[in-house]
Write a protein that binds this ligand. Structure first.
Ligand code: BGC
Length: 744
């Protein structure tokens, strides 16, 4: 008997929110709000109306019409050359200007002045505006996921958008949120960890922030783009359940909850088809199943055929190699594609351009483009968010009573402190297209510390390359701070999870000289810490961005109480993780065929189901206070498959400082008819600040989408009738309760 024949409820993603306008002040989504319709209404009501004379000539300039109606008028007025023009951009990975005086960018579609079509100006990226010019360098995007705070992710996205608006941008290539299938993956720092629900939720809020400030967001990289090794050739090979339940799920969720303007299709193949040329991936799944209503751009350069357009691609980047006039007209002449199909793709792009008000500006005759107000970014505004993001997202991994640090240590005034490692002077950042080249501001932890400790305290500094000097200096200090840095970057997967040997030696030397050693980790993802038992404290700040110094020192001194949680498991060894065979990662056939044979048992789903104990579990993070979280209680003990489940937990601050806590609710779905389900799957979380002694009851709605499994016979997500068991806790391993809910 198949799942379909059990009468289980089948459902597809509903088109998202009723209005395309997400007010700036909109509260972050209550735990799992259910959005209703994908809307292409205006993101911000048009404030500019073209003259009657202009509208007569170019009727699509009439801003009283809907974006869809305007796109329809325009696409029907376009000749073949103009249609082809809209199928590709002009780009440079280091930055390019439309014209002198025009906006900087990483790529753009040129304007069509005779039709009054403005340029579509695009830049990277997920950690801040990147196009070779100054902008706010936010901490690594993974920090948003580690904050477990929807509102922070929204603020982060909005900051990128405000910088982008200042610099005359239309679209940002971000957020990126491919799942961290393997902890060695080079771009882990750019993404949102290993859980589809956390990842999709953070992405949705990041998009809301971006789009609330009028900038188009691009979800990337769709889909199953989980490694850098052979990234443009690799074939991600997996069953349909894994593809839908794990790798497409965050996109599905973010599309429904935030209506992004764009999606960037990935370099890799999925089960043999290129991501940017697969009808199944881009039309059947993305637009059909997940109800995406925007346009698709290629990663640079991920198109492989003019027919990619027919199969769901809208814009080829960086140039028009496959979508040149010759190739497109030849494909049409051969009967492989029709002008109507091309018109359909161009209409999808234009609808978003209208939705975001790109046409509703006076025309600049000199630039031959719309007018843009280009000014320097507001450095102060961005810096505040950059700092706050580190303060919310840094994860305290160990504290053997040493932190917070201050002017006194173990009852005596501090006289001398040793700081080790270049990360204390210049923080490490991740490499590749998300790296903001010229941060508008910078600071350093060593300066921020000196400011706190005052001139009576001597701060010594040693480089990480000098173990002998470190050990000697450590012995003379009251306490030691080692900044342990580890690079990771786009294009290269890490060979293992180790720090480089000199870095481990630096920590060991410090700890040998002085047991009162605290390590500040600046790394893009999981690292092994062979010295963990020798040090008294570990704070992971990922790649902390331009406000690293202040934020790190505020966390170390307790001016801010750490509240980040790991969005990704930290394995105990270099092989303790799913996808740890060569055939799985980087793949069989010399790394060209990644076999996802671990299936849905990815990340903590694998650890909890296989009984593996990692170094630090998903959801883990310490605080300078203590919290207690109750067992979950359910508002009802049974319901229909399409109903959300209401879960409550009580959290109490049982310590002596105020602090923020992120309670998590996990479910065990029923395993029926051979469909194995993981022991635990995250279905709800929240974040709340509590004063000492304070307690609060948090009520969260579990979205049926999170309870569903993929049924490959019906090609639908479905919530299986049966018993669902809910537990709650402050990380995936330490959970309590067994609240049972029956789906009828
Ligand atoms: C990256 C994308 C990025 C693009 C443009 C590609 O190599 O994979 O994430 O947006 O370059 O810089």
């Amino acid at each position: 008997m198949t799942l379909a024949s059990t009468g289980a409820l089948l459902f597809s993603a509903q088109p998202a929110l009723a209005s395309g306008t997400i007010p700036e002040s909109s509260p972050s989504t209550p735990a799992n709000s259910l959005a209703e319709t994908y809307s292409n209404t205006y993101i911000q009501a048009p404030t500019y109306q073209a003259s009657a004379e202009e509208i007569k000539k170019w009727p699509w300039l009439d801003s009283s019409l809907t974006p869809e109606a305007r796109a329809e008028l325009l696409v029907n007025a376009m000749n073949e050359d103009q249609l082809i023009h809209m199928l590709h951009g002009y780009s440079s990975l280091t930055g390019i200007r439309l014209k002198p005086g025009g906006p900087p960018s990483i790529g753009y579609i040129r304007p069509i002045p005779e039709l009054r079509v403005p340029a579509l100006v695009m830049s990277d990226g997920p950690s801040g505006l990147r196009n070779g010019e100054p902008a706010t360098a936010l901490p690594a995007p993974i920090t948003q996921a580690a904050s477990f705070n929807r509102e922070l992710a929204q603020e982060y996205g909005k900051t990128i958008a405000q910088d982008s608006a200042d610099r005359g941008q239309d679209l940002i290539f971000g957020p990126g949120f491919n799942l961290a299938r393997n902890p060695q993956a080079g771009r882990t720092f750019e993404y949102f960890g290993e859980d589809p629900f956390l990842s999709g939720t953070i992405a949705a809020h990041n998009v809301r922030g971006l789009q609330s400030a009028g900038i188009m967001a691009t979800l990337k990289h769709y889909v199953a783009n989980n490694q850098e090794t052979n990234r443009t050739q690799n074939n991600s090979q997996m069953d349909q359940r894994t593809l839908h339940e794990i790798y497409e799920m965050p996109f599905r969720y973010a599309i429904r909850e935030s209506q992004p303007a764009a999606v960037m299709c990935a370099y890799n193949k999925i089960n043999g088809d290129t991501a940017c040329g697969s009808k199944k991936t881009l039309v059947d799944d993305l637009r059909g199943l997940h109800k995406f209503g925007g346009f698709v751009v290629t990663d640079y350069p991920a198109a492989w055929s003019p027919l990619d357009i027919k199969n769901g691609l809208n814009v080829e980047l960086p140039g028009g190699f496959w979508t040149s006039k010759a190739k497109i007209t030849r494909a049409v002449a051969k009967g492989q594609m029709t002008w109507d199909e091309i018109r359909g793709r161009v209409r999808e792009t234009l609808t978003q351009m209208f939705r975001f008000g790109l046409f509703d500006h006076p025309w600049d005759e000199k630039l031959n483009d719309r007018q843009r107000d280009i000014k320097p970014v507001d450095a102060e505004r961005g810096n505040q968010v950059a700092q706050r993001a580190v303060e919310e997202g840094a994860v305290l991994l160990k504290n053997d009573g040493i932190l917070p640090l201050g002017k006194t240590f173990e009852g005596k005034p501090v006289k001398r402190v040793l700081v080790v490692g270049s990360g204390a002077k210049k923080p490490m950042s991740g490499g590749g297209s998300s790296n903001v080249t010229s941060p508008v501001s910078s600071d350093s932890a060593i300066d921020a510390l000196a400011k706190r400790l005052g001139k009576d305290v001597q701060i010594d500094y040693k480089s990480q390359w000098d173990p002998v000097g470190i050990k000697k200096a450590a012995a003379k200090a009251d306490y030691v701070l080692v900044f342990a840095t580890q690079i990771s970057t786009e294009l290269i997967d890490r060979p293992n999870l180790d720090f480089l040997p000199h870095m481990n030696n630096a920590v060991k030397a410090a700890a040998a000289g002085n047991p009162n050693t605290v390590v500040v980790v600046q790394a893009g993802g999981p690292v092994l810490m062979p010295w963990l038992n020798d040090v008294r404290g570990v704070l992971d700040v990922f790649y902390p961005g331009q406000a690293a110094g202040e934020a790190t020192v505020r966390l170390l001194t307790g001016e801010v109480n750490p509240s980040g949680r790991l969005p990704q498991t930290f394995p105990a060894t270099n092989s303790q993780f799913p996808a740890n065979t060569r055939a799985q990662f980087p793949g069989a056939k010399l790394g060209f065929e990644a076999r996802y044979t671990e299936g849905i048992m990815m990340g903590y789903r694998w650890y909890t189901t296989m009984g593996q104990k990692p170094a630090f579990p998903f959801g883990y993070g310490l605080s300078y206070t203590t919290f207690e979280v109750s067992e979950p209680t359910l508002a009802a003990s049974s319901g229909q498959a399409d109903q959300p489940v209401t879960v409550s937990v009580q959290v109490k601050n049982t310590g002596e400082r105020a602090g923020a806590v992120a309670p998590q609710v996990y479910v065990k779905k029923p395993s029926v008819r051979g469909i194995q389900t993981p022991v635990r799957e995250l279905v709800a979380f929240d974040k709340v600040t509590l004063q000492p002694g304070e307690s609060k009851t948090l009520t969260m709605k579990v979205d049926p989408m999170q309870l569903s499994v993929w049924n490959d016979s019906t090609k639908q997500y479905q919530v299986t009738p049966g018993k669902y068991r809910f537990v709650s806790g402050l990380n995936v391993e330490e959970v309590k309760g067994n609240a049972t809910y029956t789906v009828r």
